[in-house]
Design a binder for this molecule. Structure first.
Ligand code: HEM
Length: 140
């Protein structure tokens, strides 16, 4: 298949559906759902769609916080990071996204790991520290 990764992922309609499925998987996943306890899921969904669309070469502009700022003080472990990537791969498989496209997408998101992981441990299900400051909900 030809075109930018954005085109091959099926443009914004498909990226929106992929992100919503992924968000629901994460919200149900006992290994990581604790971290989202105080998160505005409307904002998170919108930010993830914009981030993936932009990273794939689509006509979107990500306006959220840097990955370092957004995840600072959250205490994310490497095990939790890998669990989230596993949920993403499960979603991509469900949507029949090809291995080439999966590799390209993980190739742009994977390098963000050092900005997100704060604890070098395989432990999962660790709590969100009480001191963590979530982003304000989106106005609409
Ligand atoms: C490549 C991996 C990841 C990417 C691309 C990513 C991306 C993002 C983005 C775009 C936001 C929105 C920032 C904003 O609202 O300004 C966000 C927020 C968030 N992320 Fe991640 N993230 C990743 C990994 C993780 C992991 C592993 C966890 C925890 C297990 C996590 C937990 C969260 C939480 C709880 C929020 C909401 C923060 C809030 O309430 O303001 N993220 N992430």
């Amino acid at each position: 298949m030809e075109g930018s990764l954005y085109e091959r992922l099926g443009r914004i309609e498909s990226i929106g559906a992929v992100v919503e499925d992924f968000r629901d998987r994460v919200a149900r996943d006992d290994r990581i759902k604790q971290k989202f306890a105080r998160t505005d899921l409307g904002r998170l969904t919108r930010m993830l769609i914009d981030q993936v669309c932009q990273a794939a070469g689509g006509p979107c502009t990500y306006t959220g916080r840097s990955m370092k700022d957004a995840h600072a003080g959250m205490g994310v472990t490497s095990g939790e990071f890998d669990a989230l990537v596993g949920d993403l791969v499960a979603t991509l498989n469900q949507f029949r996204i090809g291995k080439t496209e999966q590799g390209e997408l993980l190739g742009v998101l994977g390098p963000l790991k050092p900005d997100i992981v704060e604890v070098d441990s395989s432990q999962v299900g660790t709590p969100l520290p009480a001191t963590y400051q979530p982003a304000p909900a989106l106005m609409r």
